[in-house]
Design a protein around this ligand. Structure first.
Ligand SMILES: *Cc1c(COP(=O)(O)O)cnc(C)c1O
Length: 394
């Protein structure tokens, strides 16, 4: 073996080349694929003139989502952030409350909390799943939380802790069952951020379908896209009714009268976006098969590395492998950045994890637990090119 004379970055590029070939042009991190009925359904939608907030594709897309995820109800909305915003409100999050969110997440998770006038309260992740750590959270809450008749109070800030938002990082299911146990003991509603995990299951059940309410995103970089889009998932008929009502300007049903019964939002997913979504849903299982095969290829090549580890799906879970990821065995921001810079220069679009949310200027004064694992993950995660088109399974 010549590994001792080669530096870690050389080996990394060689291995990427083995998996993906030598790039003719830069290989994006994640590219959408429109190889099915996208053009046909979009044309049908334009021909129908129903391109906006009323139309059959939006209804059909919701049915496809319920059939696929097993959730009883799906409400399609303009994006994942809007879905989280409404879901948090329906879970009872109010002005001045705190909401427990992972420090390691996309900024939308915390922004949706802020849109409710509430305060994100950042907690730590598990090394393995990269999702919220239920045991660390339990220990933390036993120190800072007090269960009162108004719910759980943060004894340090005096504010109510109103909900927990677990997130399934890069499509790998977090330990949702343990989190639900804890949430139930403390009387806290769970709003599941499944924005990245369409197609991922935990013990056979689809993510986003465990908590009181869950959300999906169909942004351009997600596993399927509607351009921009999102959905609220729930098994609760009353929550589904309210979600639909609040995202469609709270208009009272009537053949011609235009009356609204509360302050609400114009968050309905337009029919033209849903047309794209219906065509993409038809392709989802193919995308998943291709992404699994690509992940297996990464896994084979990266498995024996002593410098980094390929992130596999957690036990008992099936991940969509939305973004393939390696973790440096020795967390180090400068090694991470060096590998990412070299990979990008060689035409492989690699990315670090999000900067931890509690370090962003608008969230720097928010309450938080100690975050040793989130810090470690931030300094060690590298996302790898993951488009389904990188593999041609038929
Ligand atoms: C993509 C994403 C969202 C929602 O994003 P939108 O762009 O608003 O659809 C929320 N949370 C996480 C973790 C995400 O990755």
């Amino acid at each position: 073996m010549t590994t001792t004379v080669n530096s870690i970055d050389k080996i990394f590029i060689q291995e990427l080349e083995k998996i993906l070939g030598k790039p003719q042009s830069p290989i994006p991190l994640h590219e959408p694929e429109f190889s099915g009925n996208e053009w046909t359904l979009l044309k049908n939608c334009l021909d129908s003139t129903f391109v906006s907030s009323i139309g059959e594709y939006t209804n059909q897309f919701e049915v496809m989502l319920t059939e696929y995820t097993g959730a009883k109800y799906a409400v399609a909305v303009v994006n994942g952030t809007a879905a989280l915003h409404i879901s948090l409100m329906l879970a009872g999050v109010k002005l001045g409350d705190e909401v427990l969110v992972p420090a390691l997440s996309f900024v939308a998770t915390a922004n949706a909390v802020s849109h409710c006038g509430a305060i994100p309260h950042f907690v730590d992740s598990e090394l393995n799943t990269m999702g919220m750590d239920p045991w660390a959270l339990e220990e933390y809450l036993s120190k800072i939380g007090e269960v009162t008749s108004q719910g759980m109070i943060n004894i340090k800030t005096g504010r109510r802790i109103a909900a927990i938002v677990p997130m399934h990082t890069y499509g790998h299911p977090m330990n949702i069952e343990s989190l639900l146990n804890l949430a139930e003991r403390y009387g806290l509603p769970v709003v599941e951020d499944a924005a990245e995990s369409l197609g991922s299951t935990y013990q056979g059940r689809h993510t986003g379908n465990f908590g009181l309410i869950g959300i999906l995103s169909f942004n351009g970089n997600k596993i399927i896209t509607t351009g921009g889009g999102g959905a609220i998932l729930t098994n609760n008929a009353e929550l589904a009714r309210q979600a639909k009502h609040l995202t469609t300007t709270a208009k009272k049903p009537h053949p011609w009268e235009i009356l609204h019964d509360s302050v609400a939002w114009n968050y309905r997913l337009p029919n033209i976006n849903a047309a794209l979504g219906c065509a993409q849903m038809e392709r989802l299982s193919l995308f998943l098969a291709k992404k699994r095969e690509l992940a297996a290829r990464y896994q084979r090549i990266f498995a024996n590395g002593d410098q980094y580890t390929f992130v596999n799906e957690p036990q008992g879970c099936c991940s969509n492998y939305w973004l393939n990821t390696i973790r440096l065995n020795k967390p180090d921001i400068s090694t991470r950045d060096d590998l990412i810079a070299k990979a990008n220069a060689a035409g492989y679009q690699c990315r670090p994890a999000w900067g931890l949310l509690h370090k962003l200027p608008m969230y720097k004064d928010c309450p938080r637990s100690s975050l040793p694992i989130a810090e470690r993950l931030e300094a060690s995660l590298i996302n790898l090119p993951s488009s389904p088109k990188l593999l041609s399974v038929t």
